[in-house]
Structures are given as structure tokens and as C-alpha cells.
Design a protein around this ligand. Sequence first.
Ligand SMILES: *Cc1c(COP(=O)(O)O)cnc(C)c1O
Length: 402
Amino acid sequence: MRSSVAVFVGTQTSHRCFQTLKLESSQIIYQRVQNMTTFLEPYDPPSWAKDLKFTPKFRVQLAQPNTPIHKWNIPGVPERFSIHIKRDDMTGGTLSGNKVRKLEFLLADAIDQGCKHVCTVGGIQSNHCRAVAVAARQLGLVPHLILRSSAKSASDIGCDGNVLLNRMCGAHMYVVPRASPYLPELRPRQERLAEIIKKQTGESTYLIPVGGSNKVGLFGYISAFQELQAQGALEKFDDLVFTCGSGGTAAGLSIANYLTGNTLRCHGFLVCDDDVYFYDHIQQTLEEVGLPHVNARDIVDIVPGYKGKGYSISTEEELDFITDVSIKSGIMLDSTYTGKAAYGMVQELAANPQRFRGDRLLFLHTGGVFGLFDGRMDAVLKKTDSETDSIKMWLNKTSDPS
Ligand SMILES: *Cc1c(COP(=O)(O)O)cnc(C)c1O
């Protein structure tokens, strides 16, 4: 508190005060960095993952553990199937979604390596980037987000959805052209930014790949699978359904399922790239953890065909499906990921029921709720005579609503 008083005095008065302020704030930073290591907990992998070639040393606690599993009355599912939902949209409040689990390992690694900054990449409404911003601030790290957008100037960036939370975290945002591919363009930009930060502050930056999907982030969904196991999901369900965006969730779940005896059949509904891309990603991950003899195609079913018009582009039919689901079941799906995957699941259950091992399905809700606030839903929600536009004026207390 005392130092924040100094801020106001300093801005009003002399240069000397400003120097005091600088000294005080560097002491605060010093304390913060000292404390960061106290977040680290040694990570003890489940017995079935102990022999992997790579396991992380540390973990930090970010996610709300044991997210609920409950029955889901999702409309449009053929009678014989029963659907449950695992609520990883409840891994936290502003920290909601699947990226939080990956960040427990990625940010632990960042702290262990002595980094004070973290830098990642994604679309302007990236859930992953927002989760990095929030989690980094919780741990005392400085977030830097490289965001793809068609914006021409910084003033075009509003305060919608995830961007509002990025701003509230004081995340440093760098807007790059929408069509920048990750490996050839964004990775080099991350490295360049790390050099700039090093030059300016002497501090190191931890680089997180798109979606946090590497062998460190992998353990987010290895440990989520351990949680599923403890919740009895391996006995209660035949099939596990989830969204595939950068492949880390798919890799973690399907590798863990393989290591525990292939009890479930895993289905990843892709929302970008193609099935070959995700099989390759999972194959590469298998190699990195010392399981090169396992074929990705044998441990996961990547389902193409439901990315619609393309990544983060929605059709009216998809958005109508999302509102039908929220009206009939109270579950909010997001338009970029879970909405497309759930839509795909319902279609496949009718058209290709043999694709599923049994009739008891568990759908993993990977989050993304803040994306709903990006404005894309407005037109669908305000459609005249729709159930989502049931608004009556009732200004006069003596008359009925009209
Ligand atoms: C990132 C994301 C996914 C995709 O997960 P990956 O591990 O990147 O494949 C799914 N749903 C939501 C809401 C996400 O933000």
C-alpha cells in the first residue's frame, strides 16, 4: 500500500520522488520473483506414465480439480445413446477451459527456468492466450501475446470477449496479420520478442507454442485422464469425445488412454487443419515421450468434416445449434471449438453410429465461453420471433407485459 501512495506523490512532485518510486518498484519485482518458486510443486506422474521418456519436474496449481461429470440432455441425439459431459469449462472462472490444465505444467517450467516473462501466440480471441495472461499474472509473470487479427491499427482492437480479460491483465499484445503461419512466422517473432525483452530488461522469456501443445503441456491432459480414472469414467463410458484445435488435448487423452489399457475409444473432432495434421502431431508426441512403436491412428479417431467454413468462422446452422443446446440443456458451447465438435458428434451419432464403441459417451467441454462475447452471436440471438429474442417491454406496473 505504501508504494502505491508513493506513485501518486511521485507523479505530482519532483524527480527525486520518481527515483524513489523506481527503487521501490524494483524491490517489489524482486520480492515477486523470489516468491514465484514457492508456487512450484514437485510433479509425481501416475504409475502408468512413470516410464515415459519425458515427464515434467514441476507443476503449479491453477485448475479447479475434479471438474464435474453429469448427464447432458443435448438435443438431436438418437435414443439409444446417453451423453454425459465433463465440465472442463469449469477449470476456473476467468481461467476457464482446457488450456489451464496445460499451463499448470508449462508455467511451472517457465518458473523453474527462471523466466520472468511468458510469450505465446493465437488468434485475437484466443482462449489459450487469455488463459496465459490470467495465469501468468496469478503467478507473478509478465504476459506477452502475439495475436493474429485483420486489424489495421491498435485502435481497431476493442474490448470484446477474451480481449477484455487480456486488457484487464495488462497483457502486452502484439497484433500480427491474420494469415501468419505458426512455424515459419510466429515462432521467429516470439524469439525476436524474447531478444528484445532480454536487451531491455535483462530478463528471460518463456516461449509457449500455439495452444500450449508440446510435450510439457501434454501432461495437462495426462493428469486430466488420471482425474477421469478416479471419477470412474473408465467404467461408466465407452467413448470419449473432444475438440481438436492444436492437438494437445487429443494427444494427452489418447496417450493416457493407451497407457491405461485402451478402455475408452477417443474421438477428436477437428476445427482446423486436417486429420493428417493431427495424426502427425500425435505421432510426433508419441515419439517425444518414447512410444514410437505406437501408431497414432490406433489410439485416436480424428474426425474431419465438421470444421464448416473454416477455423473461427461459423455458419448460421452451427450458431442455431449452439442456441438450441443452451436453451434445451443450459450448456453454453463456444462457436470456434466445442460448438462445432458437439454438432459433429450429434451428426455422426445419427449417420455413423458404428464409429462409436458403445452407447455411453462422455463429451469433454473444453471451455471457450468468453469467445461467445466477441459479437458473432448477436445476429443469431436477435433473430425476430426466435426463442433467443423473447423480450417484452413492461414499463407500466398496472398493465400486462406487451
Ligand atoms: C484450444 C481449445 C480447444 C482445442 O484444444 P487443443 O488441445 O488445442 O486441441 C478446444 N476447445 C477450446 C474452448 C479451446 O480453447
